[in-house]
Design a protein. Sequence first.
Length: 186
Amino acid sequence: MAKISQQLIVETAARLIEESGTIDISLTKIATTLGITHAALYKHFNSKQAIWEAVAFAWFEEHIIKQVQSEMSTPKAASVSREDQLHDWLWAFVNAKKEAYSADEQMFILNTEYVDNNPLALRKVLTSAYCAIDRIMGYQDEQHEHSETILSAFTIFTLPNFKDTWNWSDYQPRFEAMWALIRRGL
């Protein structure tokens, strides 16, 4: 049997969600699948919230951040401005979030329940996005205040409460209108 670790617990929980098609997976089910007791999970995580945050974080990194990195890996001409690079990164980010919702609604719901509704967890999950924006713009901002402000402006394109608007015909024009406002303040 594999050594129990946080990563194995997260992978097991994610697999059970995928197999069952629901986020209503009990910690007992995860423990039983791993061949441990329910209480043993708490040797690796201090709460149920922490377990589900870790599952949501892993999903976000795999299905949002890696997707954006993949799209942005194509070398750009040296003459492309930081602002244009940021525009392209934000467009890739909002579309990755939209695609992730369409591809895996249950994990998106889990992310919403345990991360998007918890400001501290949300900030932790978004740190890699903030770092990407900092890198593009050359910000030397350890608190990510500039990046957080920029990404916050695009919440209508990333928060689940607005998911029903993501397939509207004016999706890209609305994004470009928001971008036009933000670009002035960069």
